[in-house]
Design a protein around this ligand. Sequence first.
Ligand code: SF4
Length: 136
Amino acid sequence: MTDLRYRPHHFLCSLGFEGKGYSPEFTANMTAIVQGRLRAPGGESARITVTVAADDICAPCPSRRMTGCDNDAKIAALDAAHAAALGLAPGDVLSWGEALTRMRALPDRALSQICAPCQWLQYGMCEAALARLKAS
Ligand code: SF4
């Protein structure tokens, strides 16, 4: 039994999260997970199982369709790119601390490639969060 289920691209989304989302319910849920658990004291020990279906972040998303998404093609492309970059495969279990270590090891400007289809990339908050992590 693990603490959370995450699809591959949600590791970096959680790193860059600044309280914005797709609906009030989505944002409240992601805030509870990211601020309330991962960034809380002891959060680095949270155990996360990798999945390629709708996960704990997707649960209240207005675009979720059962275990899929209205934007399945885009989400699949994001997941594939992030899984390759972070060395993640479905069923893997890792701690948030291990995920941070893998994110810290990404090359500079990695998000411009692996997040290319994402509408949030243009705002710069995810790239800024990764730069802060790499500098820490
Ligand atoms: S740019 Fe999009 S996919 Fe990439 S980390 Fe940010 S929110 Fe996630």
